[in-house]
Design a protein around this ligand. Structure first.
Ligand code: 5GP
Length: 124
């Protein structure tokens, strides 16, 4: 499979420190920061530090350490913001857009974490 990663994408620039970001948390292999145009009171993006275009690229080529770190980083944000229903929070939605059909704008894997309002139904 060919993955055409563009090193000039905005999240690559954030990772290189060329563009500032509002960091929520950082782990060895992942970075979480607030979305610049939040669609909800909580709108955090979690990205792997590695050069991965999409979820499928990450799943195919990331190391076990990166995969584990990424899922733990997502959960660490949920814990930090206390949005999990089990922790008394109001719940959340995770979104990963991939490619054209997914309307992925930034070509570096990112998971959106949304919370703080009732988000509306996304599936029929
Ligand atoms: P996508 O449509 O690719 O799933 O979502 C890309 C997200 O990145 C959008 O929610 C957009 O607001 C966010 N975004 C785009 N540029 C920047 C930026 O420079 N900084 C931050 N923090 N978020 C950005």
């Amino acid at each position: 499979m060919a993955y055409d990663y563009d090193t000039q994408n905005i999240f690559a620039k954030i990772l290189r420190g060329e563009i500032p970001n509002d960091t929520v948390l950082e782990t060895e292999h992942s970075l979480a920061f607030n979305d610049i145009q939040p669609q909800a009171p909580v709108h955090v993006l979690v990205i792997p530090k590695g050069a991965y275009l999409t979820w499928d690229h990450f799943a195919a080529e990331a190391s076990d350490a990166e995969l584990a770190d990424y899922s733990r980083a997502i959960q660490a944000v949920i814990d930090k913001l206390a949005i999990a229903p089990g922790a008394g929070g109001e719940g959340y939605r995770l979104i990963v857009n991939g490619g054209k059909a997914g309307i992925q704008e930034v070509p570096h894997l990112h998971t959106h974490i949304l919370s703080g309002k009732v988000l509306g139904r996304m599936l029929p």
